[in-house]
Design a protein around this ligand. Structure first.
Ligand code: GLC
Ligand code: MG
Length: 232
């Protein structure tokens, strides 16, 4: 083996099976020391919410934390990548987007900790998801640039255009000088689609959500290897 960049989502991808996580932890620790591989978490969670998770889950410290669906990048010591934040701020009019959203009663705001400078987040029931095309049309009509990311048939994130987990990984990959062939991404749900779209090598976990599986089927049918699940 040689060094590689391991990029993984947290909830329902890396986290969820403590025994398996422990095994992976010790293997990766060894690998990291021997080969200089790097670990990147790419999560929808804010830094605060990530800190809540690590307070009760034994996770190895990552070299990079991509938080809030790709809109924030942190290095050890919670050092924010200001350059990435300034890229995220381009053509981003958060206040005007909030005004548009206020008129759509189907969108219920998530807790304050998940509302971030470059991310507005809501709960949206799957049966009301048709409102997404209306929201998109209104944003376009008002010349507001944004990307809508819908996950778990439940969470809606509104983020700057071209800012997502995938573009954040490309940025990190270049900064850390890893090639596409040395980069592996892992995920389970809608907000991970950008990870798979921007990278060549990916692992969709066995418990992946329908939206991601559907996206994969639509784009890559026939190109993936499937591994049988043991005991899950
Ligand atoms: C995490 C975040 C939430 C987001 C969801 C999907 O749960 O806390 O704000 O909507 O991921 O990206
Ligand atoms: Mg997940």
């Amino acid at each position: 083996m040689s060094k590689f960049l391991l990029v993984t989502d947290l909830d329902s991808t890396l986290v969820g099976d403590n025994d398996a996580l422990q095994r992976l932890n010790s293997w990766f620790k060894q690998h990291r020391q021997t080969y200089g591989s790097k670990l990147v978490y790419a999560t929808g969670r804010s830094l605060k919410s990530y800190e809540r998770l690590i307070s009760h889950t034994a996770l190895p410290e990552p070299d990079v934390l991509i938080a809030s669906v790709g809109t924030e990048i942190y290095y050890p010591g919670n050092e924010l990548d200001e350059n990435w934040s300034s890229l995220s701020s381009q053509n981003w009019d958060r206040a005007s987007i909030a005004v548009v959203v206020e008129q759509l009663s189907q969108l219920v705001a998530q807790p304050g900790s998940e509302q971030r400078p470059f991310k507005l987040s809501f709960v949206l029931d799957e049966e009301d998801a048709s409102v997404l095309s209306e929201l998109e049309a209104q944003l376009i009509a008002q010349g507001l640039e944004a990307e809508l990311i819908y996950s778990h048939g439940h969470d809606l994130d509104i983020v700057p255009r071209k800012i997502n987990k995938g573009s954040a990984v490309t940025y990190i990959r270049q900064a850390f000088k890893f090639t596409a062939e040395q980069t592996v991404v892992c995920g389970d749900s809608g907000n991970d689609i950008a990870l798979f779209a921007a990278n060549q090598i990916g692992i969709i976990v066995g418990n992946a959500r329908r939206k991601l599986l559907q996206w994969h089927q639509d784009n890559f049918e026939g190109n993936a290897q499937q591994f049988p699940l043991s005991g899950h």
